[in-house]
Design a binder for this molecule. Structure first.
Ligand code: URA
Length: 453
């Protein structure tokens, strides 16, 4: 590529909080995608953008450049609306694996392109790869073929789809540049807009285990994401959801898949089932198979109760090369070589299970990466025995941790012990979903107002 701009000048401009032009951003992203800028220069740009922010024009230019770093898939030959869901990332957040088969079984096409674990949060691809044989790297023809056959495809970004994001995502993970609204918005929306969808549901998380720590920050991110979606003509609904404690009881790749299998059989934890049905309901609504989100939720519940969602899960695992015996007999999956427990130091109620600390501990145990190249251990992770609000007696087990790396036990124990707070009084139950954001704006969302049972 012809060198039109000087990379060092671009970095310096952002370091000095000056605005970059659309052309400069395009040049930066194109050059990086073409391997013409080394990781250390783009890392430096990312840190400058992280610290000094990007204005609306720069954010739009970033998303657009990342989107056009690859192709935009055309799925118009497949009938019906294509709807995906994306989460901004959390701990124990395994919902994609539950809602994708639910929604596909309800007749809505779900072309789902997911990412790997990022920082302390888990990634759908790493979870899927804990199933022996499951292939997440497919080319575009195979992507379309799977979607046509199954109404569902669960893959990673191909080299053709938003390749700039694929590389930037991995780099941000190891350069402490994840928690930035424009960088997250560009990352999520570039790959979602490239995958050929008509509509999108977003789970925007706030709290300790999320990248956005407060509801206000999450609202800003949700509004940015919905704004980009609408700008590109895709109907987009976002929910603001609580990520103070992990979702469900299991954290770690295979452990989470196991919890998803239970959920798809209708036997998942309450928080997992509630959120899965809400997000599935919104997808079914956007896919045109329900006239309201409430009706979508009812359909979602039916699809789990009648076994069709679970059957769709088995079908997609088989289609993508996964071993269905593992899915049918999850208890036979080999356990990690080492396990240890964290026990309550006093009687009381669990008032906090810090999702960030627990996520960091799971990375330490081997369930996430500390460097771009590090391999994931599918067996590593944590099983909570208690959740916030539960009563506990001194000496009772709060959680069990699993690892194949005995050298991590001490540091992970410290993190895990520090993640738990026990108090005398039962804490007030926090809401799981607070707001809905769509083209009509941002409003409180009352989950109880929806007929859930
Ligand atoms: N999810 C993404 O796809 N990208 C981010 O930057 C953060 C969460």
């Amino acid at each position: 590529m012809e060198r039109k701009y000087n990379i060092v000048s671009i970095i310096r401009k952002k370091r000095e909080s000056q605005s970059l032009s659309k052309e400069e951003i395009r040049f930066l992203i194109d050059s990086y995608t073409a391997d013409e800028i080394p990781d250390y220069q783009i890392s430096s740009f990312l840190m400058a953008a992280f610290l000094n922010g990007l204005n609306d024009e720069e954010s739009a230019a970033l998303t657009e450049s990342m989107l056009h770093s690859g192709i935009i898939v055309d799925l118009s030959h497949i009938p019906g609306k294509k709807v995906d869901k994306h989460s901004t990332g959390g701990v124990g957040d395994k919902l994609s694996l539950i809602l994708a088969p639910i929604v596909a079984s309800a007749g809505v096409s779900v072309p789902m392109i997911s990412g790997r674990g990022l920082g302390h949060t888990g990634g759908t691809l790493d979870k899927l790869e804990s199933i022996p044989g499951f292939i997440v790297d497919v080319n575009l023809d195979r992507y379309k073929e799977i979607l046509e056959r199954q109404n569902l495809v669960l893959v990673g970004q191909t080299e053709e789809i938003a390749p700039a994001d694929k590389r930037l995502y991995a780099l941000r993970d190891v350069t402490a540049t994840v928690e930035s609204i424009p960088l997250i918005a560009g990352s999520i929306m570039s790959k979602k807009l490239a995958e050929g969808i008509d509509a999108l549901v977003l789970d925007v998380k706030y709290g300790s285990g999320a990248f956005m720590k407060t509801p206000d920050e999450a609202q800003k991110l949700a509004e940015a994401l919905v704004g980009i979606g609408e700008q590109f003509g895709k109907e987009t609904i976002a929910f603001l959801t609580n990520m103070q404690q992990p979702l469900g009881y299991k954290i770690g790749n295979w452990l989470e898949v196991h919890e998803c299998i239970d959920a798809l059989k209708g036997d998942g934890p309450e928080d997992i089932m509630e959120l899965s049905h809400l997000l599935s309901g919104a997808m079914i609504y956007l896919g045109g198979k329900a006239i309201t989100i409430e009706e979508g939720i009812k359909i979602s519940r039916q699809q789990v109760a009648n076994g069709q969602a679970y059957q769709k899960w088995v079908d997609i695992v088989k289609e993508q090369g996964g071993d269905t015996n593992t899915i049918e007999n999850p208890n036979k999956y080999p356990k990690a070589a080492y396990e240890f427990e964290i026990k309550a130091p006093a009687d009381g109620y669990i008032s906090k299970l810090d999702a960030f600390e627990i996520g960091m501990a799971s990375v330490e145990l081997g369930a996430g990466r500390k460097t771009k190249e590090e391999a994931i251990d599918p067996q590593a992770g944590i099983v909570l025995r208690k959740k916030v609000g539960d009563k506990i007696s001194k000496g009772e087990t709060i959680l069990t941790a699993y690892t194949n790396k005995p050298t991590t036990i001490e540091s992970a124990s410290e993190l895990l012990f520090g993640s738990v707070t026990i108090s005398d009084h039962k804490p007030e139950k926090e809401k799981l979903v607070t707001h809905i954001v769509d083209s009509k704006g941002t409003r409180f969302f009352e989950l109880n107002a929806v007929e859930l049972r």
